[in-house]
Design a protein around this ligand. Sequence first.
Ligand code: MG
Length: 173
Amino acid sequence: MNLIFLDIDGVLVTHHSMSRMMKSNRLHRFQKSCVQELNRLTQKTGALIVVSSTWRLDSDWVGTLQHFRSEGVVGDVIGRTGRSEDRIRGHEIQDWLDEHAKELLIDSFVILDDDSDMDHLSKHLVQTSLDGGLRRYHTDSALQILNRRWAAKSLVVAGEGIEPSRPSRATGA
Ligand SMILES: [Mg+2]
């Protein structure tokens, strides 16, 4: 299984789409070209999406998921990262991986984000910017990362506090 840890502002929302949504008074518009690039990535790799953006903290999570569809995202969102004490995004992603690695058989993952606080997961990062969001050359880099088969072993080494006996049921928390 391939995964995309997805930031939104700076990846799907750009300066351009922000100015458009201010004019049209509609919130949270994604830039079409960025959505197309995300769709290209998920369609080529079958990757599933985990939201790592602060959008995940929105109280209306179901509404956020519906918004993905209404903005044209075709890939499936299977979850969202939690909040780590230090709020370093790389640690929040590692926590999610630690929790799900046993049940999901993850082959590879890529992080799409305009920030760079990924710590030891930096080699998985494709860094975008608010100027243009996700562009074709970013997607090409992401494809390369996802095609690099990623040994589950490295996750165990990288992840601190992994609990092999953790039950694999979804808690819904
Ligand atoms: Mg961002």
